[in-house]
Design a protein around this ligand. Sequence first.
Ligand code: PMV
Length: 308
Amino acid sequence: MMRSYSAPAKVILFGEHAVVFGEPAISAAIDLRSRVTVRDSAENLLNGMPLRRDSSPYAFHALELTESSPMEITVESAIPAGGGLGSSAAFSVSLVASLLGNGSPGRVAELAFNVELRSQGRASPIDTSTAVHGQGIFVSRETVANELWQISGPSGIWHIGDLRIGRMNIVIGYSGQGAATGPMVERVRKLCERFEVAREAISEIGSISLEAKRALERNDIVTLGSLMDRNQKLLSVVGVSTRRLEKLIQAVAPYSYGAKLTGAGGGGSIIALTDRPEKAAGAISLLGGVPYICRTGETGLRREEDEG
Ligand code: PMV
């Protein structure tokens, strides 16, 4: 038996951090993919090496949760790791799908979420659901229009809704600094406990996600850009932006409809919505950042090959 699936990377367009407090968020799949192939094997192997729980927790938990027999797993990925682009989710989703063979999208999303949860200790349903569905998703604590599936986690139930996102140019600027999600989430939690202004920022980010959903539905790039700028200001109020991220955002501003950090912040990446991607990428490189010129509207989980 041999099976192969691929899944895309993601960027959070709106609502990171606020989503932890129950506000809605929007995420989009982008055209960087990870592909996983599994083959029957006498022992568990990952890219030719014996698979161990401590060095390969995602593969270990995926095999365990799907109750799979030993497999040889091969990964080919164009998604940079550690940049907040969902590389581990794309891997977990493609692997779970390859192991299951014919899992429904909702089942794959749920299992891959649990793979991330067990491997990381905490996880957001955004990355894995975007990797499965592609296009765009709207994540909410409340029932959503066009609901795709629900994900139950330690903090309750998430409703995942379908959001059609057309082709847009997004330039990612990786700051070169790794982003650790846990400490940043903790930092925002503490700030919100102490300061009314931080709590207000979180709830305003939620309103921005709702406005952005409507702007996306009518393909209103100009409004989307200004909503990204507003979202960024609020993210800096809750303490997750950095000087380096602000500099990257300033550098791409002349070529962009809007720009903001994406994901946990404190490092990681910025995104710019632009119709001059080469210019925005050049500005990122000049500051020593790593640019990725990407497009939204990418398909989600896809079967690549199937034999035996
Ligand atoms: O860094 P990422 O892409 O995993 O995004 C983190 C998003 C947060 O909202 C900060 C955390 C979460 O669990 O949703």
